[in-house]
Design a protein around this ligand. Structure first.
Ligand code: AMP
Length: 280
């Protein structure tokens, strides 16, 4: 596996593959890799000839009040996992390579990025859309794999690629979960043992709500009831909502022919858990 830390080196390596007609797949990550990330690498593997995984803890998607320095980092462990997963290139830019001094251009996606995570974390999706656009252009990838775990992010990135005419296919990979339903996340390591026991209740609540709404139950009443159950179990919910799966517009009821999603974010102690499920 090649490791690159600057843009000219990365471009030279990928350019040589591209010139031979190889298709390139990108897996953007912030490191602290787990089986969810490795599922993206496996999906990328089936979609292209060369797999590039980026590891970059992107400062522009963290607000000043969010602790960037607390984000888990494990470069040696990550590289070993990527090697074992059959990744061809690890793209590990420094902050200076990604954001040279004087940078003044950002990618801002309206509508789809405004609610939910965008409302709770102002500026977050501007950082995500900017870094993903840069990664797409740096690698010239044909395909990029993203996890359904971060559903709104997936829609934001799709919208940005489409609107900016970037010739890349966005591949959505289903959420990888623990046996008890908890979605794998780099932040799960911060759950205290009693919180870890309760954490799967979020996915259980989403699954119950999705089944009830798909079965014709009133969406608002269902979400109110599940939200109250989560609060009783110690979750502080930022949101728990039924949305159009592509536009992220809030929906009041299931509509046939329209893909819907239930999205949620909830704080358990100091750990913020994100999850979502399909309805129907
Ligand atoms: P992160 O390193 O947390 O920024 O995530 C990098 C990519 O991995 C994103 O596309 C995430 O959606 C995806 N991802 C994170 N957790 C999971 C999971 N449990 N299952 C599938 N994909 C995931």
């Amino acid at each position: 596996m090649l490791i690159h830390r600057d843009i000219p080196g990365l471009r030279a390596a990928l350019g040589a593959w591209g010139a031979r007609g190889a298709r390139i797949a990108l897996v953007p990550t912030m490191g602290a890799l787990h089986e969810g990330h490795l599922a993206l690498v496996a999906a990328a593997r089936t979609a292209a000839d060369v797999v590039v995984a980026s590891i970059f803890v992107n400062p522009t998607q963290f607000a000043p009040n969010e602790d960037l320095s607390r984000y888990p980092r494990d470069e040696a462990g990550d590289l070993a996992k990527l090697r074992a997963a059959g990744c061809d290139v690890a793209w590990m830019p420094t902050v200076e390579a990604m954001y040279p001094p004087g940078g003044a251009t950002f990618v801002e996606v309206s509508s789809v990025s405004e609610g939910f995570e965008g409302a709770v974390r102002p500026g977050h999706f501007r950082g995500v859309a900017t870094v993903c656009t840069k990664l797409f252009l740096q690698t010239g990838a044909d395909v990029a794999a993203f996890g359904e775990k971060d559903w709104q992010q997936l829609q934001v990135v799709r919208r940005a690629a489409r609107d900016l005419d970037i010739p890349i296919r966005i591949l959505a990979v289903p959420t990888v979960r623990e046996a008890d339903g908890l979605a794998l996340s780099s932040r799960n390591r911060f759950l205290a043992s009693d919180q870890r026991v309760r954490a799967p209740l979020l996915h259980a609540a989403l699954s119950r709500a999705a089944a009830a709404i798909a079965g014709g139950h009133d969406a608002a009443a269902t979400l109110t009831q599940e939200g109250a159950a989560l609060r009783r179990d110690g979750f502080a919910t930022d949101y728990l909502a039924l949305v159009d799966a592509e536009t992220m517009c809030p929906m009041e009821r299931a509509v046939s022919g329209r893909a819907l999603r239930i999205v949620a974010a909830a704080q358990l102690g100091s750990v913020r858990l994100l999850d979502n499920v399909a309805v129907g």
